[in-house]
Unconditional design. Structure first.
Length: 253
């Protein structure tokens, strides 16, 4: 069995695709998210398809006490986490700053920034003690650029970029790798969540172009995990061919 990998937000999209690819490649997995039945279904699939050694942790990443209780409850053989994939995150709403909803803002800040910090605080000390580990943060093109009505989501992903750089500096003495992947448009449940369940609006985001899919990001994660010990890819921006920047997209289909 290879390293133990904890993936936040494994119930859909990038996280789910990553769990499937890493399971296929014989990693031991800790899969997390709020939707327990989806975690159970994924766990059953991984075990029956690949014989994956898998553990489910069901928590809301915005609640530090829930996250701590879950991490403390890990069975002995899952306690040593070699790789942390900070993937859980979301956009909520797409409104100009003067019309923004406080609820949307708080959900994004609490999940994308505070949640990422909570799990990192709980997992990184044992990596420091062992002088070994890898943290991969899923940022976004929204952490490189800002676009109309993206305000708070973009701010949270700029924070992920800053935290990735800060983690790399702080963890440098301990030989811990820290990378960011910053994708453009990936067709997951992301836009449905952003538009509060409006599937029609979500479908329009990807209309007429060939977006990335979760499996594309999973491939990159597996590549990062296979880099030699002395190599660290600090930052990786990946877009669909039909997207040149956050706002420049060509729709031809
Ligand atoms: P999905 O909506 O498909 O997946 C998001 C995942 O995050 C789900 O598994 C969800 O699980 C989890 N999550 C959300 N909120 C919480 C919470 N409070 N507690 C625990 N888990 C939570 O979207 P993606 O796969 O696209 O998103 C994954 C990451 O990729 C995000 O950080 C997103 O910002 C980033 N990203 C996405 C892009 C895109 O175009 N799709 C582009 C660039 C970056 P559950 O609801 O079960 O809790
Ligand atoms: C998701 C990509 O362009 O919708 O992070 O912000 S975008």
């Amino acid at each position: 069995m290879k390293d133990t990998v904890l993936i936040t937000g494994a119930t859909s999209g990038i996280g789910e695709a990553t769990a499937k690819l890493l399971g296929k490649n014989k990693y031991r997995l800790i899969i997390t998210g709020r939707r327990k039945e989806r975690l159970q279904k994924l766990s059953d699939f991984l075990q029956s398809e690949y014989g994956t050694d898998v553990c489910i942790l069901n928590f809301d990443i915005r609640e530090f006490n829930e996250v701590k209780k879950a991490i403390d409850s890990l069975p002995e053989k899952f306690k040593q986490i070699d790789v942390l994939i900070n993937n859980a995150g979301l956009a909520s709403g797409l409104d100009p700053i003067h019309n923004g909803s406080l609820d949307d803002w708080e959900i994004m800040i609490d999940t994308n920034v505070k949640g990422l910090l909570y799990i990192t605080k709980l997992v990184s000390p044992q990596m420091v003690n062992r002088k070994k580990g890898y943290i991969i943060n899923i940022g976004s093109i929204a952490g490189k650029e800002v676009y109309p009505n993206g305000n708070v989501y973009c701010a949270t992903k700029h924070a992920v970029e800053a935290l990735t750089k800060a983690m790399r500096i702080d963890l440098l003495p301990y030989g811990i790798k820290v990378s960011q992947i910053a994708p453009g448009m990936v067709n997951t449940e992301f836009s449905t969540v952003r538009f509060h369940g409006d599937n029609k609006k979500a479908d329009n985001v990807y209309k007429g172009l060939n977006p990335l899919v979760g499996e594309d990001i999973a491939d990159i994660i597996l590549y990062l995990l296979n880099t030699p010990p002395h190599v660290c890819i600090n930052d990786l921006v990946v877009m669909p061919l039909a997207q040149a920047s956050a706002t420049n997209v060509i729709r031809t289909e």
